[in-house]
Design a protein around this ligand. Structure first.
Ligand SMILES: [Zn+2]
Ligand SMILES: [Zn+2]
Length: 343
């Protein structure tokens, strides 16, 4: 397994080039890979090159999984290097299209916020929250930045708490590690935010890095080194695999044991401080194709971790752990909390 690289040591330009090459090899993964490449180019400061990638995605013949996300990222990037009018037009288009995915809402609302359009940012966060969270008992992870962003902008506007703010506070509290007791209200205290106007350089620097940690988290996530990923075989695939390659049976005594090993390996990695963990799902045909590309026999046990790493490099990893109330990674249909996430 590839050790994780701290974000500050990433050569963003080289990583973008690697992702573009991988996208060329695996066209079915190109959208996710090129979005990651563009995030690296943005972090490298090469905004025109990032724009070129967004345009390439938007003009591609195959239909995109998430065209609104690509448009939102394109708008945010354009605004950063002086193309304000074009950015605003794209943002209006994204809001009018009302996507069901939280990510484009977060990107466009944060773009408005970072250019001091607080009223419009507030409207945009609110529009997204109403659309995606009305009558949703447990807000999914991906919607948390919408709630937090709205909470943050409302404090800067001096607005009183409303029900969505209370929800943001509750969600934030339930997600915070027990050691940290900083409430969302403390984080978003306008006095702290306003100390950006302070004359004390240390205070200023602390505030800037704190705000950066919240804004742009999505782009940071996209540019994370690919996860340390554990390989998962669905039951039917595992049966087929072991019939074709009995030499792998020692590795997989039963499907149930295989699933239990995945969960325990990931918990061990997490406990040892390995960040950015994921699960990749194998299929026999894709594994055989991988073995052929490596000129190796699929029956070789040593090929399995290489296959997992390759799937992760192609952007196929699903983040682990899932939220307790969301579906378990094993595909049982139960929630993670009741299935492999129990005890
Ligand atoms: Zn609050
Ligand atoms: Zn499970």
């Amino acid at each position: 397994m590839r050790p994780d690289t701290p974000a500050e040591n990433v050569d963003h330009t080289a990583e973008a080039a690697r992702l573009e090459r991988t996208a060329g090899l695996y066209p079915e993964d190109a959208e996710a890979l090129l979005l990651q490449a563009a995030a690296h180019l943005e972090l490298a400061g090469d905004r025109p090159a990032a724009s070129t990638l967004y345009d390439r995605l938007l003009s591609s013949v195959s239909s995109l999984d998430n065209p609104h996300l690509v448009r939102a990222l394109k708008a945010s990037n354009l605004w950063e290097y002086g193309h304000e009018a074009e950015a605003r037009a794209i943002i209006d288009g994204v809001r009018a299209a009302a996507p069901r995915d939280p990510a484009p809402w977060v990107i466009v609302a944060e773009a408005l916020e970072s250019h001091d359009e607080l009223e419009t940012a507030h409207e945009t966060f609110t529009q997204g929250v109403r659309l995606l969270l009305t009558d949703v008992p447990e807000p999914p992870y991906a919607t948390h930045p919408l709630l937090y962003g709205r909470h943050r902008v409302r404090r800067m506007l001096g607005a009183p708490h409303d029900d969505w703010d209370t929800l943001a506070d509750t969600v934030h509290l339930s997600q915070a590690p027990p050691s940290s007791h900083v409430s969302l209200d403390e984080l978003h205290d306008p006095k702290r935010v306003w100390s950006l106007g302070s004359n004390n350089p240390a205070e200023l620097e602390a505030e800037i890095s704190r705000l950066r940690a919240e804004l742009g988290a999505y782009r940071e996530a996209l540019s994370r080194p690919f996860p340390v990923a554990v390989l998962h075989w669905p039951e039917a695939e595992l049966t087929e695999l072991l019939e074709a390659y009995p030499s792998l049976s020692a590795e997989y005594p039963s499907h149930e044991a295989h699933l239990a090993t995945i969960e325990s390996s990931l918990r061990e990695l997490a406990a040892s401080g390995t960040p950015n963990l994921g699960i990749v799902t194998g299929t026999v045909p894709s594994y055989e194709a991988f073995a052929a590309s490596e000129a190796a026999s699929p029956g070789e046990v040593s090929l399995l971790p290489q296959y997992a790493t390759t799937l992760a490099a192609r952007g196929r990893a699903v983040q682990w752990p899932p939220q307790r109330g969301s579906a378990c990674w094993c595909g049982s249909g139960g929630t993670y909390g009741d299935c492999h996430g129990s005890e």
